[in-house]
Every structure is written in C-alpha cells, then in structure tokens.
Write a protein that binds this ligand. Structure first.
Ligand SMILES: [Zn+2]
Length: 215
C-alpha cells in the first residue's frame, strides 16, 4: 500500500466518528431499508460537509462510511482513518516556555507522552495552581493563553467541544482593558483535556475565545 497523504484534522475525524455513531445506532435499531439508506446518505453528507475541497480518492474514502453493515467494520474503518490524520504541529518545549514567559515555574506538558494526532488544541492543567494552559496553532506559529480553571462539579455543555461533560470555569485575565472594558473573559469548558480533544468537531468556538482573550 502506498503512503497516504494526511488530509484529516482531528476535529474532522471527530465529525466522522459522530456520524459513524449515528449510523451505528440506526443499524441497530432501524429495520426499514429505505430509512437506513437515508441515514447512510445523511451520515456521508454530514461527514463531507466538514471538509473543503477533496480529491476523488479522499471523497471516495469518506463515502465508504455509508457502506458498512457491522459495528466491527465501522470500527476498522475509523481506525484506518488514523493514517490520514494531520497531527498537531511539532512544537519545541522552548517555544512553549516562550508563549508563557510570564508564568513563574511553568509546568510544561510532557510532549512525548501526548497523542498529538488526536489533538486539535494542546491543553494541560497545573493542578497545584489550578491553571489551564492552551496552545493553538495559527498561521505557521502558535498562540497561547492560560488562566484559572475552577471545577464546577457538575456536567454541562463545553463551550469548545459542545459535548455534555464535567465542566470547569476557565477564566483568563486580560492585559490592560479590552475594547469592551473587560478585565477577564471566561467560559465553561471540559475539565478533561483528552475528552475535549476527542469531542471537538469545530474549532470556531475555541478560536473565537482566543480572539476574545486578545490572541
Ligand atoms: Zn470540551
């Protein structure tokens, strides 16, 4: 087999997984062939919508989602898509230090242990000081924000991934005063770094939050 050219971002894989779940549920519960055909069609359309321009082979690969009958076939298919994932860009520990140069005794993430293929945004918590750090790639470089994370001890919808998860309130202090005269911006987000990256299907809300935090 020839080497695949990666073309799937983590959040797009999450879209495909979501559509695969939707199809799987229908395969288990729906007997009507016509209804199943519609579900197959819809799941493929929804998956394709997460992408811009595609080559014929790429489109064909994504359309294959709609052809399976059994759960293990769908699982094998999803696993095979990992070969097409665009990983989170390489980042040197020094670059991370520089992004958070004002933080004393920065607790940096242990990069080699992270699954950077299934990462839309790099995030980690320093539990000693209850601070959440976020690094996001932009235009060949990175932006970083950090702020207080406070467990709410309840579930709700994460502002970044929109899944029902254990939430924390993330509060980022702003430098000087923003145009709206805010001294900080905050959002309810996942407490679990990995869960959020495994759920996020669109980075737009995260990007908007970064902008609101001046990044
Ligand atoms: Zn989340």
């Amino acid at each position: 087999m020839q080497t695949q050219t990666p073309f799937i971002h983590n959040h797009q894989l999450n879209v495909i997984r979501k559509q695969a779940d939707f199809l799987l549920k229908a395969l288990r519960t729906v007997a009507d062939r016509k209804v199943l055909e519609t579900v197959r069609y819809t799941s493929v359309v929804n998956a394709l919508e997460a992408f811009g321009e595609l080559t014929e082979e790429q489109r064909e690969l994504l359309e294959r989602l709609g052809t399976y009958e059994a759960a293990h076939e769908i699982q094998d298919y999803l696993n095979a898509l990992d070969a097409y994932l665009i990983p989170f860009p390489d980042i040197a520990p020094k670059r991370i230090q520089k992004l958070f140069s004002k933080v004393k005794k920065l607790k940096a993430p242990d990069l080699p242990t992270l699954d950077l293929h299934h990462t839309t945004y790099l995030r980690w918590v320093d539990p000693a000081v209850h601070r959440l750090f976020i690094v996001y790639p932009r235009a060949g470089d990175f932006v970083g924000i950090e702020g207080q994370i406070t467990a709410t001890n309840r579930k709700g919808y994460c502002a970044f991934c929109n899944r029902h998860q254990d939430l924390g309130f993330f509060n980022v202090k702003l430098k000087g005063s923003s145009p709206d005269n805010l001294s900080s911006v905050g959002q309810y987000v996942c407490m679990d770094d990995e869960a959020c990256n495994h759920s996020i299907t669109d980075p737009a809300a995260l990007e908007k939050f970064l902008r609101s935090a001046g990044k």
